[in-house]
Design a binder for this molecule. Structure first.
Ligand SMILES: [Zn+2]
Length: 267
């Protein structure tokens, strides 16, 4: 039996699962007023909490290309949220890895620059606020900005090391994204068709139960519709005629004499 490596920080509380560590982190943040971040890299194999986000990426971690594609397909706002939560130390490992993939570096860089500009704006706007609350916020905001700057540098380093993508590689990337999009679209359409089918079946069943032939039902519905319009016109004739006049004008159609007379009389 092998003895586990002794914990270098035996005074720290330890958690067996990430879920337990996360919930402890949330409770501590409320009690302490600053966030704590779980880290899984202690040689004792337990999870502890730290004041600084865990920025190490395990040596044996591998990028899943599906995660890269998932982030590539996100809209700008969602993607920027991922970048922001990664910078705050809250992104799952697969997102952290994917952001560092060649196919996302430019986009990651752009989002980081935007977030950096945004937090600087906020810092400028609140510069004159001398309240205690603003002071606390400024401390957190400055930390966050420093992290963004570290990320921007990291991203630039990765970009400078990266071999520029050849046209073939770019085309292959584009093709891969397109395939995923098409698959998603096909799933979406299938789901819609299934829903429509289920709805039609349910309606047919309903009609069968009430023993009314579908054709007769359709005709009854049309009649009901016409009667409802009739009642609407009776109750709001003037309003209806005015709408009709506007729509006729918009389409360049002439107004029925009856309606013109009605409107003239009403005026
Ligand atoms: Zn430990």
């Amino acid at each position: 039996m092998t003895t586990p490596t002794p914990c270098p920080t035996p005074d720290k509380k330890r958690y067996a699962t990430l879920a337990a560590a996360n919930s402890a982190a949330t409770r501590s943040e409320i009690a302490l007023g600053y966030p704590l971040y779980p880290y899984t890299t202690c040689p004792c194999t337990w999870i502890h909490l730290s004041k600084t986000p865990d920025e190490t990426i395990p040596q044996d971690a591998t990028i899943n290309i599906a995660d890269v594609t998932r982030l590539q397909l996100q809209c700008h706002t969602t993607f920027r949220d991922v970048v922001a939560s990664e910078a705050s130390g809250h992104a799952p490992l697969q997102d952290r890895l994917a952001l560092r993939h060649r196919g996302l570096l430019e986009r990651w860089h752009k989002a980081l620059k935007e977030l950096d500009a945004d937090i600087n704006d906020q810092l400028r706007q609140r510069a004159g606020d001398k309240t205690l609350e603003a002071h606390d916020w400024r401390r957190r905001a400055t930390n966050y900005r420093d992290t963004l700057r570290r990320r921007i540098n990291e991203c630039r380093d990765l970009l400078s090391q990266a071999v520029p993508q050849t046209k073939e590689e770019k085309d292959a990337d584009r093709q891969a994204r397109k395939t995923v999009q098409q698959t998603q679209q096909a799933h979406f359409e299938q789901a819609n068709a299934a829903r429509r089918e289920a709805r039609n079946t349910a309606m047919d069943d309903e009609l069968d139960r009430s023993n009314i032939p579908q054709v007769a039902q359709k005709d009854l519905r049309r009649q009901a519709g016409e009667r409802a319009i009739r009642r609407l016109i009776d109750a709001h004739g003037l309003e209806f005629s005015q709408y009709l006049a506007e729509e006729c004008a918009a389409l360049g159609a002439s107004l029925p004499n009856r309606v013109r007379k009605y409107l003239t009389d009403a005026a």
